[in-house]
Design a binder for this molecule. Structure first.
Ligand code: HEM
Length: 396
């Protein structure tokens, strides 16, 4: 483990860009090499709906169209995108996620039981991280004895896919882990997403082993690197805003409002995956040549004052909806219902159990990390009155 570097607050930069250059060419000596970074709500939303912007890296300037790739929904366009997405959609529907709620609650309770007697914890490493990693393994049908340590798991995924300088060793680790999961599920099929993907390989829903591996990796990765910072950011915001926490505690239906505001305010996925122009086009007043790269900032769009009043204020009472935290259009998040359910349940059960939990550092000293693509607290050091039978084991 290398640890997560502290990221500066990006919102002042987003504010400047939105006001002065809502579509902004960045880096690169030529138009093809530069990336157009988009920050206003209007342009981000329009870009996510624009079929001239492809998610397929083979459309990038200078790309080798025959390069081998483990493809998934994330890096494909219609119609391949829809074919792959249909295989996994049923497992992430509202009905399917509602049926998972007791499992999510059990996982949360087990994690809370593991720390509640100690009186002090890092709620990121011991809770925010543990719950989503366990949930996505359940969904993929991977039993506990087949899993790696959740802290190591998150670490490898971040270094492989989301870090500024990706680490090839972390990518090798994930490759080997996906191989292991597929071997296990071929021998032990069940009522789970990996088995559904294996069956799709037989009936033509997936074309080849490369798509199978791409989809397992996408669900494993997108299924936890997102929810870990969402739950963790939620813990910090609820500690920071006790009056809003009290409202949710008094009426548990209000946790859904907390989570919706959390999605908007903290945009745990800060930016879209790369998009590539399939023809010459103009975004705002910036020309993007065919093959040029476009990145859309969900985080900047979600704090655009043209769309949200007082956008930097965390306010669970603001009207719900309209945020782009789950993306928009074709690539709208597969796991949106799941992410919402996990965050609601995890926050409610945590605060119901640990009544007087408090940060051991001022909230402004909480370190935020996982950039540039993700953003969430790197650690959440807290103390609380020990709960349950393990009081005598309280940590020093
Ligand atoms: C909980 C917080 C989550 C957030 C904020 C989030 C956010 C997003 C966003 C912004 C996108 C679109 C990316 C783009 O257009 O470039 C996306 C796509 C996706 N998400 Fe999530 N996500 C979350 C949870 C999950 C979970 C739990 C899963 C579990 C499977 C998941 C799986 C995916 C997949 C597979 C895609 C690609 C969809 C496609 O290309 O059709 N996400 N997510």
């Amino acid at each position: 483990m290398k640890g997560y570097p502290a990221d500066p607050d990006p919102y002042p930069n987003y504010r400047w860009l939105r006001a002065n250059a809502p579509a902004c060419p960045m880096g690169g000596d030529t138009a093809e090499e530069s990336t157009c970074f988009v920050t206003s709500y209007e342009l981000v939303r329009a870009g996510l709906l624009d079929s001239r912007l492809s998610s397929d890296p083979r459309n990038a300037a200078g790309a080798d169209p025959s390069a081998p790739a483990e493809r998934s929904v994330l890096d494909s366009d219609p119609p391949d995108h829809g074919r792959m997405r249909r295989v996994v959609n049923p497992a992430f529907s509202l009905t399917a996620v509602d049926a998972l709620r007791p499992t999510i609650a059990r996982i949360c309770r087990e994690a809370i039981a593991g720390l509640a007697g100690h009186g002090r914890a890092d709620l990121m490493a011991e809770y925010g991280l543990v719950v989503p990693v366990a949930v996505i393994h359940e969904i993929l049908g991977v039993p506990p004895e087949q899993r790696v340590d959740p802290v190591l798991f998150m670490d490898r995924f971040w270094w492989a896919a989301a870090a500024r300088e990706p680490d090839p060793e972390a990518a090798e680790f994930i490759d080997a882990y996906v191989t292991r999961i597929l071997e296990y599920k071929r021998a032990h099929p069940g009522d789970d997403v990996t088995t559904a993907l294996l069956r799709a390989l037989e009936d033509g829903g997936l074309r080849d082993e490369s798509e199978l591996r791409g989809m397992v990796t996408a669900v494993l990765g997108a299924g936890h690197t997102t929810t870990v910072p969402l739950v963790s950011a939620g813990i910090v915001r609820m500690l920071q805003h006790p009056a809003q926490r009290a409202k949710a505690m008094a009426d548990p239906a209000r946790w859904a409002d907390v989570v919706e505001e959390l999605l908007r305010h903290d945009s745990v996925i800060q930016v879209s995956t790369n998009r590539y122009a399939v023809e010459d086009l103009v975004i705002g007043d910036v020309p993007v040549p065919r093959g040029g790269t476009v990145l859309m900032s969900f985080a900047a769009a979600n704090r655009d004052p043209a769309r949200f009043d007082d956008p930097d204020v965390f306010d669970m009472d603001r009207p719900r909806g309209g945020h782009l935290a789950f993306g928009h259009g074709t690539h709208f998040c597969l796991g949106a219902h799941l992410g919402r359910a996990e965050a609601e349940i995890a926050l409610r059960l945590l605060f119901e159990t640990l009544g007087d939990v408090r940060l051991t550092v001022p909230v402004e000293d909480v370190v935020w990390s996982f950039g540039p693509m993700l953003r969430g607290p790197a650690a959440i050091p807290v103390t609380f009155t020990p709960v349950g039978g393990a009081r005598q084991g309280a940590r020093a």
